[in-house]
Design a protein around this ligand. Structure first.
Ligand SMILES: Cc1cc2nc3c(=O)[nH]c(=O)nc-3n(C[C@H](O)[C@H](O)[C@H](O)COP(=O)(O)OP(=O)(O)OC[C@H]3O[C@@H](n4cnc5c(N)ncnc54)[C@H](O)[C@@H]3O)c2cc1C
Length: 307
């Protein structure tokens, strides 16, 4: 096992609400300078384009996203994800940008005494250690799941990220494909997320979000999914299914979505899509249980969307 150096994260870090950063500073995990982000009209609140597409500022609180009635109508999967994460107190403070850029919840990463790939170490101690809450899709050297619920929901909506340097970035362009075990995102040092841009919602689309969690609240999910679809004449169209808690990045469940696309919204089609949810899975010794949760969540949400 690699041993942590004292100066684990010495690069300057932004502080939005500080709900993640403060904990890492208290434990000595983040020791560089802190740049406080201040809200401006561009970075806070929800704005609407003429075509019905929303733009959400990076400093918008999760609670504001969770309680916005127009957003709930246009993007119900995003609203439900925001309502489901953390606690009312955290949601009240935490920002969307901070949620996307928050650091790993892996207990080895969070322990300042233990080295890991994300702190400049040479290996991932979770891989050979206790990885009960870690990935079931082993896509890279680090086996911690990505912690951002909002990234998973935004992926289902093909959201784009605008930073102070770049625009039109996909969630995958910002969070990567899981093969880089040394970072939680691919933002350049000092690059600041300014807002999220959503495409206009589709006519009569439906969406649902659900998480499987080991206690009733105040915990990251074991597995979470967002399902979005249009059903026309009893047939699935425009199906998007994304999942979190199972991989180093939020994942699209492409095989499940393809099994539904253009098919009748019946029990046999849904059962097949649920089985395909685990296509490409590579569970670790302790994470096979997540595959059952994933199949169950997909079946449940797709059945409810089709009902
Ligand atoms: C009990 C508990 C349960 C939780 N459950 C969940 C959950 O289920 N799902 C989930 O997603 N989260 C969960 N969280 C995490 C919580 O959502 C995050 O702590 C929060 O979203 C971080 O936002 P913040 O504004 O406080 O970020 P900060 O703590 O201020 O910053 C976090 C990181 O993001 C960077 N950052 C902040 N803003 C920007 C920006 N605009 N551009 C670039 N980088 C930026 C900072 O440099 C820092 O490294 C939980 C937290 C707690 C305490």
């Amino acid at each position: 096992m690699s041993v942590a150096t004292a100066d684990v994260i010495t690069a300057p870090e932004f502080r939005a609400a500080g709900t993640d950063l403060s904990e890492r500073r208290r434990s000595g995990l983040s020791c560089g300078s802190v740049i406080d982000l201040t809200a401006s009209p561009d970075t806070i609140g929800i704005a609407w384009n003429a075509d019905g597409a929303a733009r959400i500022g990076a400093l918008t609180a999760i609670a504001a996203i969770a309680s916005d009635a127009r957003l709930a109508q246009a993007y119900p999967g995003i609203t439900a994800a925001a309502q489901g994460l953390a606690t009312p107190q955290i949601r009240h403070m935490a920002t969307l940008g901070g949620n996307l850029a928050q650091r790993s919840r892996c207990w080895y990463f969070r322990n300042p005494q233990i080295g890991c790939l994300k702190k400049g170490g040479s290996d991932c101690p979770a891989r050979s250690g206790n990885h009960l809450y870690h990935v079931a899709f082993d896509l890279g050297p680090c086996v911690a799941p990505h912690p951002s619920t909002m990234a998973m929901a935004l992926l289902a909506y093909d959201a784009k990220i605008v930073t102070d340097r770049r625009s039109g970035l996909s969630i995958a362009e910002v969070l990567g494909d899981g093969s880089n075990g040394t970072a939680d995102n691919l933002l350049a040092p000092g690059e600041r997320i300014e807002r999220i841009e959503l495409p206009a919602p589709l006519a009569s689309e439906r969406a649902l979000y659900k998480r499987a969690i080991s206690r009733t609240h105040a915990e990251w999910p074991l597995v979470e999914i967002c399902v979005r679809a249009v059903i026309e004449g009893g047939v699935f169209r425009e199906v998007h299914i994304t999942a979190g808690g199972i991989a180093p990045v939020p994942l699209r469940l492409a095989a499940s979505a393809a099994a539904l696309q253009g098919k009748p919204a019946d029990a046999a089609t849904i059962a097949q899509a649920a089985e395909l949810a685990t296509s490409g899975a590579k569970p670790l010794t302790m994470t096979g249980y997540k595959l059952d949760l994933l199949r169950g969540l997909v079946r449940d949400l797709v059945e409810r969307i089709a009902a």
